[in-house]
Design a protein around this ligand. Structure first.
Ligand code: NAP
Length: 533
């Protein structure tokens, strides 16, 4: 079983009581080990060492004692002789930690002295031999693993390095899978989170987590709460299927909150992670390809967002997979499904989700969209999906966009694919802003105007004198905040309003169903979004 260890730094005897309090909290949150980081504790006298002894003695959980050197990312500036005095005092004080964590490089330099200092031959404490590289994967990683595997004094091998891409995690998983003694193999940084969360899948002995965001002892370390509540750490095992959200950036995505809560609700053995991949197609192809091909990973699908929606379509085609016709027509997909036999399929759930949200909000059937006059505001990625879905449903669409060329290109593309169906046109944004663009039954905002944090957060894409009344429907695809300036404007005019959140939840539910075969639990999704956005 993989244990969650919480590193707690103690630099002074005055910090001992608070540190023990933190350790109690860690135990209550689900940690199974405390790593006492005594790198900075003074060492000039027996009193200097006493706080370390007190920590071991009073620790509410089994503990690791670590006095990490500066060159391996710690705070200890002592030489090996001075550190030897410290460890010798601990090893002979009568209160022992479960583990000493000691750097492989130091151990190899003075092996026989460390054997007697750490009292290794008595085997009263297990020895973690560790190496850390904050610059990247060490060139001699495999030699280090061999050295630690062959060293009789080493009870646990610990390897930690800065991941350069998501693919580094796969090497950590392979090392764990092929280990010949207990091992900890973790990647640091924004790309390394999956090695920390998936440690139980590959039999890692320990994963490290902090109590509060900002207290991490290494880059990319999650909190205990994230491991337990968000990623359902205790549920992860060898058979767990892996999913994620691919984008650049993706750290802000609500996808992990939503889908992991959904997996819990329907008891699906899966975990969903943020998967940052830089924008270029080569990165996407290499990373997603290596995930699909890595059998033990059980990679079963992904949500795909900006800037990779076109890349997904291209990748699935190159791999001979199935592209759903609507995604083909839109030229972008947002959902990857990897079947058990490794075959791929991609689809676009934004388009059907927009129609789903629109029809539910208007209390009509999809067929009743036929012939309705719809103004689509914007011509970006979401507008492409919305326009394709509307044309498919036979609506009469007029696209208004700040950059008219983009609207014309979108209209031409969809016109070509909409033979014999209702019309598609390009409107004049100036006429729209002057309130003279005519009347529409439905307005759908697909611009980013009104989005919190964006440049036009307080703006509405419709002018004050737009012809809105109780016979008009206004659908804002922007979902942060819930009540955008456009929605407030429409409500004030008595129009029917539909929130972007409904589309967001619907597209997530459709993805969920593609992966699990079960309906996405909308009430669970909604609760999660309300709590975390
Ligand atoms: P995008 O591809 O970047 O397109 C942005 C669109 O907004 C373009 O048409 C752009 O016009 C227009 N725009 C940007 N700033 C503007 C301004 N100051 N004035 C007028 N028009 C402006 O983005 P996207 O992926 O389509 O996303 C658009 C919005 O959809 C996002 O902001 C997000 O809130 C929302 N969204 C909702 C969901 C959901 O499930 N509900 C999903 C994804 C996105 P130009 O062509 O002239 O640049």
């Amino acid at each position: 079983m993989t244990r969650i260890a919480v590193p707690i730094f103690v630099r002074d005897s005055a910090e001992v009581a608070a540190a023990l309090g933190k350790a109690q909290r860690a135990a209550a949150d689900g940690a199974r080990l405390i790593e006492w980081r005594v790198d900075g504790l003074p060492n000039e006298s027996a009193e200097g060492i006493q706080p370390a002894i007190d920590l071991i003695k009073e620790s509410p959980l089994p503990c690791i004692l670590t006095r990490r050197t500066v060159d391996e990312g710690g705070e200890c500036t002592e030489n090996d002789i001075q550190r030897g005095v410290f460890f010798s005092a601990i090893a002979h004080c009568g209160f022992l930690p479960k583990f000493f964590d000691f750097e492989l490089a130091s151990f190899q330099k003075h092996e026989s002295s460390w054997r007697s200092v750490l009292n290794i031959d008595e085997h009263e404490v297990s020895l973690i031999l560790s190496c850390h590289d904050f610059d990247g994967r060490p060139a001699d990683l495999i030699q280090r693993v061999e050295a630690m595997t062959n060293e009789p004094a080493c009870d646990v091998i610990k390897l930690v390095w800065m991941a350069r891409s998501l693919r580094d995690n796969l090497e950590a998983f392979d090392l764990l899978s092929e280990r010949r003694k207990p091992m900890i193999a973790l990647c640091m940084g924004r790309f390394g989170l999956m090695s920390r969360v998936l440690a139980p899948k590959f039999g890692g002995l320990v994963t490290y987590a902090c109590l509060e965001a900002g207290e991490a002892s290494a880059p990319g370390q999650p909190t205990v709460e994230e491991l337990q509540d968000l990623y359902r750490f205790d549920r992860i095992g060898a058979a767990t299927k892996v999913y994620g959200v691919i984008g650049w950036p993706v750290e802000h995505s609500l996808g992990p909150r939503i889908h992991n809560a959904g997996f819990e609700a329907v008891e699906h053995d899966g975990v969903y992670l943020p998967l940052p991949i830089p924008p270029e197609y080569e990165h996407f192809k290499a990373t997603v390809g290596s995930f699909v091909d890595h059998e033990r990973l059980n990679f079963r699908g992904a949500s795909v967002t900006i800037p990779h929606k076109e890349n997904l379509l291209r990748f699935v085609k190159e791999r001979g997979g199935t592209v759903d016709p609507l995604a083909e027509r839109i030229g972008a997909a947002n959902t990857l499904v990897v079947e058990d036999d490794g075959t791929l399929a991609c689809m676009n759930t934004d388009a059907p989700a927009a129609i789903d949200a629109l029809c539910k909000g208007m209390e009509i059937q999809r067929a009743e969209l036929d012939g309705r006059r719809v103004a689509v505001l914007g011509a970006g990625g979401v507008a492409r999906a919305v326009v394709a879905a509307l044309c498919d449903a036979g609506a009469s669409v007029t696209i208004f966009n700040r950059t008219k060329d983009r609207a014309e290109t979108l209209a031409a593309q969809q016109k070509a694919a909409t033979v014999g169906r209702a019309g598609i046109d390009v409107g004049d944004v100036d006429a729209l802003s002057q309130g003279s663009a005519g009347r529409f039954q439905i307005y759908i905002n697909c611009t980013s105007l009104g989005m919190a944090g964006g440049p036009g957060a307080d703006q509405s894409p419709l002018p004050d004198n737009a012809p809105l009344d109780e016979d008009t429907t206004v659908f804002d695809t922007v979902y942060t905040p819930g009540r955008t300036p456009l929605i407030r404007h429409a409500e004030a005019r008595g129009a029917r309003t539909i929130f972007g959140l409904e589309m967001f939840l619907a597209q997530a539910a459709m993805q969920f169903e593609h992966w699990t075969g079960k309906a996405g639990p909308m009430d669970v999704f909604r609760g999660v979004v309300m709590e975390h956005r």
